[in-house]
Design a binder for this molecule. Sequence first.
Ligand SMILES: Nc1ncnc2c1ncn2[C@@H]1O[C@H](COP(=O)(O)OP(=O)(O)O)[C@@H](O)[C@H]1O
Ligand SMILES: [Mg+2]
Length: 419
Amino acid sequence: MSRQINVYLCRNKTGVLRENELSRLSFQYCSVDVSPLSVKLPVRTEEYSHDLIFPFLENLVPEGDAFEILAKDHVSGNRIFSFLDKFGGDCAGAVAFYKTEPEKSNNKLHKIPSNKLVHIIDNLPQDPLLTSLENSPRLSLAGAQSKFAVKKINNQYYRSDDVNPTTHIIKIANNHFPDLLINELFCMKLAQLMFLNVPGSFIHSGSLMVSEIDLMEVQKRPYLEIKRYDRYVENGNVYRIHQEDFCQALGIVSGKKYQSGGGAGLRDCIKIIESFSENPLPGLTRFVEWIVFNYLIGNTDAHAKNISLLHAKTGIVLAPFYDLLSTEIYSKKIVDHNMAMLINGKGRYDSLKPEDFLSLFMQLGLNATNTMKGIKNRFSNIFEISKSLCETDKVLSANKTVCDDIISIIKKRITKLFS
Ligand SMILES: Nc1ncnc2c1ncn2[C@@H]1O[C@H](COP(=O)(O)OP(=O)(O)O)[C@@H](O)[C@H]1O
Ligand SMILES: [Mg+2]
């Protein structure tokens, strides 16, 4: 049996996704006047075949458990098609999948009271797609961590529906790495203090203003609330801004997010940055800051799905940075310490010398000496700032051990890089 579904971008019908009897997909834009889904999929009249459209779609769905849950009950047809048909109402960026045109909002929003929030958090590992909720939301976000998304207005969470996009992502604690949320909170806050472009806010549930009783219940279930940079609010309405991760921009599936798996390397990413901008220098400079910050905090998981392009009104730019955390504070036995992308051919942060960064900057077509000077200026006080962040932030100072582990990596790295 063949199936088809409409693809929307910023609520405009953009094309049709089809599946044939052999479960192969194809995509066709509905006009030459629409916006492209991806830099890899420019608007054209000719249909895109399975091999070209599949990576874009596959990168929209969660990795791991959430996807496997669908796969378990899945009987026939293409699994990615079925997933997006069922859950693709609110994805990363501005793309959405509907059989029929979504109805205009009747503004009937469904509140998520604290007890419901507790229920969602408790059940998320077994029910990652929230299918047990009445009127369950149709949303899909990539990544391996347990997460869901909500619309937040005036400090109150609401469930999204077909016409109400979500505004915030909620990441919940990981049983294997209970301090991962604190790790990410610390690194994101540090990046913000270092004036890197990161999402507008990230709040740990421990600092949310809810009633005493709720607070106790919620605090037992820590979570991280992250403002979506691919949404904006105007006159009370939420609008989407399109984004795509670098796997999508490169037309590769999520399994190729690591260079060691035959996937994306720094040079592939740079080609993308250079191709969409007449003056690539600001984009390249930000990209270099991302590379160096990950080195300083010991984030070996800086792969092609952890960096994205934002299709802003003013043009395509690097999206704010997300998923910044230190993987190196965990033992090599449980977390891979090989870097997701090689620097000057090397795959371990500890083996890098200042010369490797100089070579990298040269390979990027940058003035190596000036770029290194810029980097030194940019990060000269990161050690002091990280210490004071840990001391002054209420949630972080209560979790000093994790912060101290990251700070000691920063100290070691900054000494080495600036030696
Ligand atoms: N603040 C944000 N705003 C919009 N999209 C985001 C934001 N943070 C993450 N994303 C999107 O969600 C995906 C998963 O987020 P990520 O933080 O990488 O999760 P994980 O920890 O599971 O890897 C990213 O690939 C990106 O597309
Ligand atoms: Mg990620």
